[in-house]
Design a protein. Structure first.
Lengths: 547, 154
């Protein structure tokens, strides 16, 4: 895992001091709330419905047990004993007092953490594959590249007042576990055939994806950027956006609108022109820097051991089948700790649970944890021989739900229970759906089924990318829910389509049940819900819902 | 001539140059390209700084206007002018606050004329915010300042 050196620590400490100074000037009346707002936002501090919310950055979703313990302790000390893991692999505290904010940032800085650029119209926390460095199918570990981008994008002097927020994801496998093409910039590390007959690693750039009120899948604008030009190319993409992205309407200000309005070819032409100019300016970090970063992510000392588990306990066998992911070392797996207990709040964990996960990471996973964009936690390197002991502890703590990628493993935004933007509640809906499907025993029959719920059009719950998506809207003062089908955030990326008129809260739960019945009745072979939908189309679902 | 556009030398609160303060009325980017004797120009957020490139030799002052501090186009304009070799005064004017100073300085601004005068002590601290920096900008050009990745590999 990456370790700060003195320079990194100095940057974070400087930012904490800067924020203290800003808070002081706000209190002295030298800054108006209008002037202070973007500054506190760039430190992750939002004013929500009931309190301040603080969003802590977890770069590319990787953290160690000491950091997880600190997050748990902050939850107990400054919040109400819990935190909420988000779709950007971050953590949010929902009940923060403004006067505690600088102290929390100082506590975070002690364990090499911060809330820098987790909000505001700047480059946000870089996200990545939660199985990075562990997955059997990756080309290389994408995190050194994400770390290079993290440093470049931190306090970037030219790109701090962009037209709108800017999100970057980096992956290095054909399987996309980071919703890469639904980002402002999605980068896939790929291998190219070099001229000398060998091969070289480079970066494929996708630009202009996103969800929100105008969902778009990012088109590819460059199939191969050499690694010693990676930062320069990103800089060119950002500069064109900073200069020409729309600023007249915040709903049209994301880069996806610029790429769409200019057209992919014209945007690409402008980027290439800027890139040619920037190549002459020498803005790329020295190549040695990437080589310095890489060893921080090298493999821990894997040992050979058992390659299979004793399946005599059926509950354990189900959990292994559902919640583990194939590792590049055949004596290990990555184990997913579900934060989706039946009837629970998706992504929430108590301080106590965080400390437990930290201890388990130390004991079973080389001191490392990951946050998934699906709001779960991963222990990336667990010995197959240790799985039963791990599962037993998770079960005892209510963290053993065997539901990864099932309908119970839903993404839900905080919704109207917390968020000042929301039109409808998401959490109670998520709770009721998981209870219903668990009680009916249907969850396992449905297999992989990604349900995603957003409480407003801003789509924090990724409803456009759900095999089944639910969008909460306000209809004449009453919460109403639109259903959509056929989205995917993975390598088979697609945007979901709305089924038709919306439903009440009770109605949309029935509707989800109905569409799953259509799937089960039409399913062929090993088809997932998404595959069946793609084969038979919307009509049979519509017929069942409205016919 | 009455000049409704530019700031006067008196409005310049911070300056990091030793030469005389340019005291020319600024003209718009379009006018600057047409008037072959114009020596001072004012860039508005929507202007393309690159149209000035053929005329940089005769320009002594470029004002970049920030009507609101949240509109960051001026940072790119400034950096592009410096990258293209402009060495005259680059003045940030308008809604320029304490918290923009360090980034503006890094992007090549060497004079500041904020609409509302800033606290001198706060400004001094702000200009010194970053002892070191991660990425290249105007302040690192020609090795004038080493970035953190460069310092790590010296």
């Amino acid at each position: 895992m990456y370790k700060y050196d003195n320079y990194d620590q100095q940057m974070v400490d400087a930012r904490v001091e800067e924020f203290r100074d800003q808070a002081r000037r706000r209190l002295e009346g030298k800054l108006t709330e209008d002037q202070f707002k973007p500054l506190r936002l760039m430190n992750g501090l939002y004013l929500q419905l009931h309190a301040y919310m603080l969003r802590v950055a977890i770069p590319y979703g990787t953290l160690n047990s000491e950091q997880m313990i600190a997050l748990g302790d902050i939850a107990d000390k400054y919040d109400r004993g819990y935190g909420h893991f988000t779709t950007r692999q971050n953590l949010q505290y929902n009940w923060i007092k403004l006067e505690d904010a600088a102290d929390i940032l100082a506590d975070l800085a002690k364990v090499e953490m911060h809330a820098i650029q987790t909000s505001g119209n700047c480059i946000r926390n870089i996200s990545s594959d939660h199985f990075a460095g562990a997955a059997h199918d990756e080309l290389v570990d994408p995190r050194p590249y994400a770390e290079l981008l993290r440093q470049w994008s931190s306090f970037h002097p030219e790109f701090t007042y962009l037209p709108r927020k800017f999100k970057i994801a980096v992956i290095a496998a054909e399987k996309d576990r980071a919703a890469m093409r639904l980002h402002d910039i999605g980068i896939q590390i790929v291998k190219n055939d070099a001229k000398d007959g060998g091969s070289e690693i480079g970066a494929r750039f996708f630009v202009g994806g996103g969800m929100g009120r105008t969902p778009m899948v990012a088109p590819m604008i460059r199939d191969f950027v050499p690694l010693d030009q990676l930062i320069t190319y990103a800089e060119a993409c950002l500069r064109v956006y900073n200069r020409y992205g729309r600023r007249d309407n915040k709903y049209k200000a994301r880069i996806k609108i610029l790429v769409h309005e200019l057209g992919k070819d014209e945007y690409t032409r402008q980027v290439e022109e800027e890139f040619a100019h920037l190549l002459k300016q020498g803005v790329e970090p020295p190549r040695e820097e990437l080589e310095r970063i890489k060893p921080y992510f090298s493999d821990p000392a894997f040992e050979d051991g058992p390659k299979s588990v004793d399946r005599s306990d059926p509950d354990f066998a189900v959990w292994v089948d559902r919640n583990t992911h194939r590792h590049k070392h055949d004596s290990y797996v990555s184990a997913v700790i579900s934060l989706k207990p039946v009837g629970g709040i998706p992504g929430d964990a108590t301080g106590e649970q965080m400390r437990l996960m930290a201890r388990l990471a130390k004991q079973y996973s080389f001191d490392e944890l990951r946050i998934m964009h699906t709001q779960n936690v991963v222990l990336p390197h667990v010995k197959i021989g240790d799985l039963h002991a791990l599962w037993t502890e998770l079960e005892a703590a209510g963290l053993g739900s065997p539901n990864m990628d099932t309908i119970e493993d839903m993404i839900a935004c905080p919704g109207l229970d917390y968020c000042s933007l929301a039109n409808a509640r998401s959490i109670p809906l998520a709770q009721r759906i998981s209870e219903r499907f668990d009680a009916s025993g249907k969850t396992s029959k449905l297999g992989e089924l990604k349900l995603k719920i957003s409480g407003c059009i801003n789509a924090c719950g990724h409803h456009h990318a759900g095999h089944i998506g639910i969008l909460g809207v306000d209809r004449k003062g009453v919460e109403n829910y639109q259903l959509s089908l056929g989205g995917s955030e993975a390598e088979d990326v697609s945007l979901a389509k709305i089924t038709g008129p919306g439903f009440t809260e009770d109605g949309v739960i029935e509707a989800v049940d109905t569409v799953t019945n259509v799937y089960l009745a039409n399913k062929q072979g090993e088809e997932r819900f998404l595959d069946t939908y793609r084969r038979i189309g919307m009509e049979p679902f519509k017929e069942a819902l409205y016919g | 001539m009455d000049n409704p556009l530019g700031t006067s030398p008196d409005d310049v609160q911070f300056r990091f140059r030793d030469d005389e303060v340019a005291d020319h009325g600024t003209v718009t980017v379009d006018a600057c390209c047409e008037q072959t004797n114009a020596t001072a120009v004012r860039i508005e957020p929507g202007d393309d700084a690159r149209v000035l490139l053929p005329h940089l030799d005769r320009i002594a002052l470029v004002e970049v206007n920030f009507p609101t501090f949240g509109d960051g186009r001026g940072y790119s304009a400034a950096r592009i002018l410096r990258e293209e070799g402009y060495t005259g005064e680059l003045r940030a004017v308008g809604d320029v606050g304490i918290d923009q100073l360090s980034h503006m300085r890094r992007c090549g601004f060497d004079a500041f004329a904020p609409d509302t005068p800033l606290d001198e002590e706060d400004a001094k601290r702000a200009f010194a915010t970053w002892e070191n920096v991660y990425q290249h900008a105007v302040d690192t050009r020609g090795g004038a300042r080493r970035t953190i990745p460069e310092l790590r590999h010296e």
